[in-house]
Write a protein that binds this ligand. Structure first.
Ligand SMILES: Cc1cc2nc3c(=O)[nH]c(=O)nc-3n(C[C@H](O)[C@H](O)[C@H](O)COP(=O)(O)OP(=O)(O)OC[C@H]3O[C@@H](n4cnc5c(N)ncnc54)[C@H](O)[C@@H]3O)c2cc1C
Length: 419
């Protein structure tokens, strides 16, 4: 009979690394499967610093942060499968059978549980509907980052960046440092999508203009992009006529959002949350399918890699502990003021004393208050001086003394204004 792992982790980025280390440290036999030839995920191409302040109390570059976990992994008995692509997962009597493809051909890894740590993917030009021709020179910010930081190639001499997500902001600075001209960053919303510190350190410190409530409406060029048209939008996101402007450039770089990568989860009928676009999960990071856990950006697009590792460490430990014992769920309802949060459900038969809640506000709020109601009664209030949607918040909640049962209604809301 073939070997059955206790835990198989799919994805060898920071989430997969932390999940594998933690599952192993909790006594499980672990397989870590990564489609690329090196571990580290997206961190391999993030050469700037700022990673690890919470986890290691140090400002590390992306590859340095990944290396810390790769070293920890070496101290475990985790079996690592590199250049190995997971193509399908099927339920089996013992748990799950994972179909993999690598240089040896097609085979299977059998496991009792799975941690999905497949990261996220970038929205492309197809998803933001820009009109015009279809020239080369339209890149996502992550692709441009890969060109510059891993391949040593410059994708542009003069570009426009659409979207003020963090990767776009970081690339605005990176391309400027490498000698390109970044004409400006254009954001359709009235507020930036990236972290405030990135707006200052990547744009304002380099005199790169940020144009809010403005978007790219058209691209021009035959083989290669040579011009884009930008225009202001009103509060309904409709183009304000007469504000159109033509900019000559050779590239349009898109930083218009990340979507959790959940193709494998969907084939297993894992329920996907509308707000996070990741799996519905409980406080142990188990999804709606018994034995399948989710962590990192596959679960929820985190702003800090430190939180990616924290969620994955818990998911790995939970997968190692998994015994198939009975669970009973209640959903957490998303009230006004909240964009998204995890966990989205609670197993009321499980541990409720240290529930880690990650959440984002739906809009900029000053003097905000997070309110937790159970059956209509306020049980917990937490004040924040300000909240911004790009900045994820982390809170530890003790929910064990609220007498939660299967009929409890749990509601989270954010309100503005306190004295
Ligand atoms: C393009 C891009 C650039 C980013 N740049 C920054 C930045 O500059 N600064 C910052 O703070 N954050 C950045 N981030 C956010 C960053 O993704 C997270 O902080 C962190 O890397 C997420 O970790 P993860 O392990 O969840 O995902 P990832 O790092 O994306 O790792 C997922 C891993 O899963 C593997 N995988 C996926 N599907 C399969 C499969 N079917 N079979 C086998 N393996 C699979 C992938 O190859 C990858 O190695 C960036 C994200 C993206 C998408």
């Amino acid at each position: 009979m073939s070997r059955i792992f206790d835990v198989a982790v799919i994805g060898g980025g920071p989430a997969g690394l932390a999940a594998a280390v933690s599952a192993s440290e909790n006594g499980a036999s672990v397989a870590l499967i990564e489609r690329e030839s090196r571990l580290g995920g997206i961190l391999k191409q993030c050469v700037h610093d700022g990673f690890g302040l919470i986890r290691f109390g140090q400002k590390l570059a992306g590859p340095e942060y990944a290396e810390r976990y790769i070293e920890l992994l070496k101290n475990t008995k985790t079996e690592v499968f590199l250049t190995t692509f997971v193509t399908a997962v099927k339920k089996a009597d013992f748990g799950f059978s994972i179909a993999i493809v690598n240089k040896e051909g097609i085979s299977h890894i059998d496991t009792k549980t799975i941690v999905l740590a497949t990261g996220c993917r970038e929205r492309t030009s197809k998803q933001v509907l820009i009109q015009g021709t279809r020239p080369s020179g339209v890149f996502t910010a992550g692709v441009a980052q890969n060109f510059v930081n891993l391949l040593g190639k410059m994708p542009t001499k003069k570009c426009v960046i659409l979207g003020s997500g963090d990767i776009g902001l970081i690339m605005a600075r990176r391309l400027t440092l490498e000698g390109a001209e970044v004409e400006g960053v254009y954001e359709v919303k009235p507020t930036p999508s990236g972290l405030t510190r990135n707006i200052h350190q990547c744009l304002f410190d380099f005199n790169i203009p940020l144009h809010l409530s403005t978007t790219v409406t058209r691209v021009f060029g035959e083989d290669r992009l040579n011009t884009v048209e930008v225009a202001q939008v009103d509060e309904k996101m409709k183009v304000v006529e007469g504000t159109e402007r033509i900019i000559e450039c050779d590239a349009l770089i898109l930083s218009v959002g990340l979507i959790p990568e959940n193709e494998i989860a969907e084939t297993l009928d894992v329920k996907i949350n509308n707000a996070t676009k990741g799996a519905e999960c409980d406080q142990t990071y188990m999804t709606s399918v018994d034995g399948i856990f989710s962590a990192g950006n596959a679960l929820n697009v985190f702003d800090l890699v430190d939180y990616v590792s924290e969620s994955a460490q818990s998911a790995g430990a939970s997968a190692a502990d998994y015994q198939g014992t009975k669970r009973e769920y209640i959903e957490i309802e998303r009230g006004k003021g909240l964009l998204s949060f995890v966990p989205t459900r609670l197993d009321i038969l499980g541990k409720l004393d240290k529930v880690i809640l990650f959440f984002r506000a739906a809009r900029d709020m000053d003097k905000a208050k997070l309110i937790l109601k159970i059956n209509g009664e306020i049980k917990l209030e937490k004040k924040f001086s300000y909240l911004r949607p790009p900045e994820m918040q982390r809170l530890e909640l003790d929910l064990q003394n609220y007498g939660l049962d299967g009929s409890s209604k749990v509601l989270l809301t954010l309100e503005e204004g306190w004295n």
